[in-house]
Every structure is written in structure tokens, then in C-alpha cells.
Design a protein around this ligand. Structure first.
Ligand code: NAD
Length: 258
């Protein structure tokens, strides 16, 4: 018996076997859930299909969250396969590379700000809206991925931190909106992990090293650990938790680095 037995979970944001979304899909599959995955574009399709196979799934759908039409067609296709949906994992972020480097005020532009907020924050609300009908009456859960840059000014993280602050506010507003229907909404705030998205942040290696040296557990977190926490938040074990941000960062966020 797994603690996600019988649950149907849509996991977005798998780009490789280093993706946090893959840590989630794998942990959720091991806990007994049935998994559907999405891929952003055709370049990623076969890789995501291979990974889906590794978690016993052949339900793999295209989803570019920058397109309302694509969001609609993804959920339409999902509804043809599944009679309901218990959880959505949103593990998607984007900001133009030049935004993630140097001084915030120098780097930020109207276009960069809008793109980061659209893809990294609005898309969570868009998935909640599109998935609402399928999730109705199932005491479901939504989980997204945030980072400490939402609440602290982290060098080079810049506009992505501002978008993560918006994402965390989104968690609270969605939790208040969907709670009366029984749907819970939470975020995991993960410590830094070497992934494709992280490679876009200037001096990311340095960030990993600094965290490892200072954080209470003296190591960086893994996608397996983030996946386990997301699996818990999607499960009935977390039935009393909504609107919250759970830090899975080997304790780094508690430090006062004076
Ligand atoms: P990743 O590159 O593996 O995943 C990012 C995903 O976003 C990719 O699958 C990409 O295809 C998807 N994506 C980007 N634009 C999209 C669009 N328009 N439509 C659909 N999908 C789109 O990197 P990751 O680190 O696993 O990132 C997943 C989430 O975790 C992000 O929200 C990221 O900000 C967050 N996060 C990452 C770290 C870290 O250090 N890696 C730490 C905390 C939070």
C-alpha cells in the first residue's frame, strides 16, 4: 500500500532526469499514484516519453503554458483519458537569461518582467483554472515550486525572485479560492539544485557551494527529497495543510548570515 494509491496526478515541467518535476513524478509513482506528464515542446517530447515509461505511464501531453489554447487542449485530452484528477504539480519557470545576471535595476526590463511573471507565476493560476472541473469533489491538491529568492534579495536571481513572490501570493489566493471545494494549494521552496533552468542563473555553481558550506545539514538538497515532500503535500497525509510554503532546502532559510 502506498500513500498515493488510487491518485491520478498531472506533473508538468519534466525536461530531463535532473528536473525537480522528475523527482516528483518518480516519488509519486513509488507512492502508488498514476502519473501523466507534459512536455513544453517537440524537442523534449521523446525524452519525456522515455521518463514517463519509467514511472509506468504512457500518458504524455504537450503543454506550453504561454498559450491559453494549449492549456485548454491539454486538459481536454486529459479528460478523455481520466475521469478525474487528484493533483497537479506545477514545476515551470522562465525568465530571459539576461535578466538573471548582475544588478537587478540594471537588468530588469518591462518585457523580462512580463515574461517571468506570465510563465512562472500566472501559469499556476491558469492550470488551477483549467483543472478545476476535473478536480471537483476529489479533495485534490495543487503544488508549485518556489525558491528563497521570493522572500530574500538573492544575487542574480533578480526578476525571478519577484515572480516567485507573486507565485507564493498566488498559492495563498488559490488556496482561499479553491479551499471551499476541498482543493488544497501549497508550494515547496527548494534549495538550489543543478538543473537546466538553474544553469541560466549567473554564478549558480557558486551558490551551490556557498549553501553546502553554510546550511545546517551541510549539503545541497536532491530532487528526490523535493519529490518526497511534494508527494506528501499531494497526499491525504497533508489534508490539513493549505496556502503554505514548505521549505525543502536542508535548513538554509533559517540562517541569519551576518
Ligand atoms: P528544469 O529546467 O528541469 O524545469 C523547468 C521546466 O519549465 C522545464 O521542463 C521547461 O520545459 C518548463 N517550462 C519553461 N517554460 C515553459 C512553458 N512556456 N510552458 C511549459 N513549460 C515550460 O528546472 P527545475 O530546476 O527542475 O525547475 C522546476 C521548478 O523548480 C521551477 O519553477 C524552478 O524555478 C523551481 N526551482 C528550482 C530550483 C533549482 O535550484 N533548480 C530551486 C527552487 C525552485
Amino acid at each position: 500500500m502506498g500513500f498515493l494509491d488510487g491518485k491520478k496526478i498531472l506533473v508538468t515541467g519534466v525536461a530531463s532526469n535532473r528536473s525537480i518535476a522528475w523527482g516528483c513524478a518518480d516519488a509519486m509513482h513509488r507512492a502508488g499514484a498514476e502519473i501523466a506528464l507534459t512536455y513544453q515542446n517537440d524537442k523534449l517530447k521523446s525524452r519525456v516519453e522515455d521518463l514517463a515509461g519509467q514511472c509506468g505511464s504512457n500518458l504524455v501531453l504537450p503543454l506550453d503554458v504561454g498559450s491559453d489554447a494549449e492549456i485548454e487542449s491539454t486538459f481536454k485530452a486529459l479528460a478523455e483519458k481520466w475521469d478525474g484528477l487528484d493533483a497537479i504539480v506545477h514545476s515551470i519557470a522562465f525568465a530571459p537569461r539576461e535578466q538573471l545576471e548582475g544588478d537587478y535595476v540594471d537588468a530588469v526590463t518591462r518585457e523580462g518582467f512580463a515574461a517571468a511573471h506570465d510563465i512562472s507565476a500566472y501559469s499556476f493560476a491558469a492550470l488551477a483554472k483549467a483543472g478545476r472541473a476535473l478536480m471537483d469533489g476529489r479533495n485534490g491538491a495543487l503544488v508549485t515550486m518556489s525558491y528563497l529568492g521570493a522572500v530574500r534579495a538573492v544575487p542574480n536571481y533578480n526578476v525571478m525572485g519577484v515572480a516567485k513572490a507573486s507565485l507564493e501570493a498566488n498559492v495563498r489566493y488559490l488556496a482561499a479560492s479553491l479551499g471551499p471545494k476541498g482543493t488544497r494549494v501549497n508550494a515547496v521552496s527548494a534549495g538550489p539544485i543543478r538543473t537546466l533552468a538553474a544553469a541560466g542563473i549567473a554564478d549558480f555553481r557558486d551558490m551551490l557551494k556557498k549553501v553546502e558550506e553554510r546550511t545546517p545539514l551541510r549539503r545541497n538538497v536532491t530532487i528526490q527529497e523535493v519529490g518526497n515532500a511534494a508527494a506528501f503535500l499531494c497526499s491525504d497525509l497533508a489534508s490539513g495543510i493549505t496556502g503554505d510554503v514548505l521549505y525543502v532546502d536542508t535548513g538554509y532559510h533559517i540562517l541569519g548570515l551576518g
